[in-house]
Write a protein that binds this ligand. Structure first.
Ligand code: HAM
Length: 442
């Protein structure tokens, strides 16, 4: 026997038991984005590597060590599997001149790739929903995007007291940040002996990332250090407080975390994250913020912009734990059949039923009736229909509801009472009526 080929670590299959909840969440997300007038955009999974090295920043974790990059064998072009989608969307906006006459609001969904150490909630292929508002400078767009995420928690039926919490910060303009960065580096150099290895490495390359270190000693040191808020201009602070006021008016709770800097270099101004302690170490379910210079740094004209992305696997975990959405499977009829003529008629009969919107799964295994009935009982169908050559001869089909209890406890009497022999021609209408009655009851 040949050796088994297995999937790649950190890249998961989504089996039917997973895809139901995924599809239900995807449907809710589409509903949400449409509600806010965002339009869907799809960009390729592979891009020129320079898009990300330039767009996200050379000294970010993603660019330094997490990108799946390779050379196109045919033309030697350096390519990368997208680690995120903001840079790709902006590339497309520039390439197709999409904001030539007005700003645009886009949303996307799809897989992203980062070579991180896999653990619960952190994968190498993971999916994101994201939105980008391009060409907008006011804080209304931040406010709307935060309202949108909050509404999403409601659409997913997340228990209110356990739903994610919002963390906000303002990291100012490049200029404001440079001054803060200089002071931070001086302060941290004075305290270098107390810093962990990772922070020391970052000190010369990307000191702001030390702010969100998970090391408690480093955090203790930072609590004595300079604060970004002290380096922001009055207008910047005023802008930030306007957003806070809008959130207060909408009664959205938030906390201001001056150490929130985000892991990508394109941000400026207001940044935010939604966190859930229920997710363990990978607690960020959504992250975003303003990025006013990305368009220009990727070769486009200057355009202010703001967006966020939600981690789908983390949303799924949360919905499974504290959500309330319907992701039940739908199958109206399981069609059991036995005998040569019955098998032939079953295929045609199922088509007639599907014509009127009834979903049907035909048993195509030709095993014994008993075995087929057992499979029907274990399926998620609402009705079982039985067609043997005997029924075909009488031009009828036996139909009965598949109430799990009666099947499982094998109450023969109940079963026989609820069973109906229905003429083949009328079976479609009969099933439609039964399905409607069931819907009313439930
Ligand atoms: P990000 O914070 O890198 O931002 O990712 C957004 C979300 O994607 C995270 O909050 C998390 O839920 C999920 N995520 C990230 N990495 C992984 C992983 N390895 N496994 C599972 N989930 C993960 C961005 O990607 C920005 N493009 C967001 C943005 C859009 N900013 C402006 N516009």
């Amino acid at each position: 026997m040949s050796a088994k080929i297995v999937g790649i670590r950190g890249m998961n299959d989504l089996l039917p038991e997973n895809t139901r909840i995924w599809s239900a969440i995807e449907a809710k997300a589409r509903e949400l984005f449409e509600l806010y007038g965002y339009e869907e955009i799809r960009t390729p999974i592979v891009e020129n590597s320079s898009l990300f090295t330039r767009g996200l920043g050379e000294v970010t974790d993603i660019v330094e060590k997490e990108m799946y990059s390779f050379t196109d064998k045919l033309n030697g072009q350096p390519l990368t599997l997208r680690p995120e989608n903001t840079a790709s969307v902006i590339r497309a906006v520039i390439e197709h001149n999409l904001i030539y006459n007005e700003p645009k609001k886009y949303w996307y969904f799809g897989p992203m790739f980062r070579h991180e150490r896999p653990q619960k909630g952190r994968y190498r292929q993971f999916y994101q929903f994201g939105v980008e508002g391009i060409g907008y400078s006011g804080i209304e767009v931040e406010a709307e995007q935060i309202f949108m995420t909050k509404r999403f928690w409601n659409l997913l039926g997340l228990q209110k007291d356990k739903s994610p919490s919002l963390s906000l910060n303002c990291i100012g303009s490049k200029n404001e940040r440079e001054k803060f960065k200089d002071c931070l580096v001086i302060f941290l150099n004075d305290n270098k002996d107390k810093l962990d290895e990772d922070s020391i490495r970052r000190l010369s390359r990307n000191p702001l990332r030390i702010l969100d270190s998970k090391n408690s000693v480093t955090q203790e040191v930072l609590s004595q250090g300079p604060r970004i808020g002290d380096f922001l201009k009055v207008e910047t602070l005023e802008n930030f407080s306007q957003l806070c006021k809008l959130l207060d008016d909408k009664e959205i709770k938030y906390s201001i975390n001056e150490r929130l800097v985000r892991g990508l270099d394109y941000y400026n101004g207001i940044v935010f994250e939604w966190l859930s302690p229920l997710l363990g170490a990978q607690d960020a379910i959504c992250g975003g913020g303003r990025y006013d210079s990305l368009m220009q740094s990727l070769g486009g004209k200057q355009a202010d912009a703001c967006g966020f992305a939600l981690g789908m696997e983390r949303i799924v975990n949360l919905v499974e734990e504290i959500g309330d959405i319907d992701y039940s499977r739908r199958l109206d009829v399981y069609l059991v059949n036995k005998g040569d003529e019955a098998r032939r008629i079953a295929v045609l009969l199922a088509e007639q039923w599907r014509d009127v919107g009834i979903s049907v799964k035909i048993d195509m295994t030709n095993v014994s009736l008993k075995a087929q009935m057992k499979r029907a009982a274990g399926s998620f169908a609402r009705f079982v229909a039985v067609l043997t050559d005997l029924e075909v001869r009488d031009k009828c089909v036996n139909i009965r509801p598949l109430q799990k209890e009666s099947v499982l406890t094998d109450k023969r009497k109940d079963r026989l009472e609820s069973q109906q022999s229905v003429p083949l021609k009328k079976a479609g209408d009969y099933l439609l009526k039964c399905l409607m009655n069931e819907d009313v009851k439930s």
